[in-house]
Write a protein that binds this ligand. Sequence first.
Ligand code: CDT
Length: 348
Amino acid sequence: MPRTVKVAAAQIGSVHRTSTRASTMERMIKLLDSAAAKGAQLVVFPECAFTTFFPRYLFHDKEEMESYFEDDAGGNSIAESKNVKPLFDRARELQVDIWVGYGERTPEGRHFNTAVYYSGRTGEVISKYRKTHVPGFVDPPFPNAEVHLEKRYFETGDLGFQAFRVPGLVPGTLKADTTESDTEGKGDPIFGSLICNDRRWPESWRPYGLQGAELVLVGFNTNGKADDIYKPRRPISLEDARKEALFHHRLAMQYNSYANSCFSISAGRCGMDDGKFDLIGGSSIVDSDGHIIAEAATVDDEVVFAEIDLEECRKGKKDIFNFGVNRQPQSYGIITEQKGVVEPKLLA
Ligand code: CDT
């Protein structure tokens, strides 16, 4: 049985430090409307989608820093939050699901780099994810450096990699009351979430693969300039640095989709923020064999759309990446027991 879903990545071009929330919201709603007009049932927005990528700044004014975060008391509260409610309301009107990233401030004043999956059909936030691999620095490496300060502003995500089922996207799915014994691949679609840097780590994808994920959703903000934490290994031009950043983005999305036999959607914030911060585009939809089936052609606001059949995941899941048959977890202990590199002893 085909398990067809129409999906879109809503790529967002430049958003400046001076851009208002209202103007960004207007652009996001326009993208949502145009994806819905193509028939999208799900629209994926970028990481920290409502604002400029604020962790690049060192804020001396706490109030300004806090202004980039959304209050979130859990449950459906983000969908009701004053700043961002119009996007969720529009998704509800259109009956289209959305996945969107934002800076989360909890009632206890904790800060996370977060994304939620909101079902436009049910009007509920059905999954929340907090970024696990938070990159960058706590303190700028030299005074007034405008670099990646995510470690300063976000705690490490504490929700793990919880796959979730999404209701209402595929007709005729098996439910918990089924009498069928073989339910694998027949229930409501199984999705997972990752945020930007997470996508580079196979450790982030495998937990989703092990939960049978059929689609992994990723929001990102990736520098084209590669002049802060990920310096190129040799001096290269800005043009080549951007190509290299795009190459690594594609490599991560394509390989991990293949190795976990799942589709993936990545949605980026891109363009030249504040006229000087260059973010790559390359928002994409990748199939479960690792092929890019749709990709952004611009570094501006753009909808990337595809109709995908999640049934195609079964091939890899039953064949080369049949985990139940082929994985050897007794040999993988080092992956969870050890954090950094421990080289073998020096030779005599
Ligand atoms: N936002 C985010 O996680 N960005 C990181 C670092 C950007 S610098 C290349 C990324 O992995 O893209």
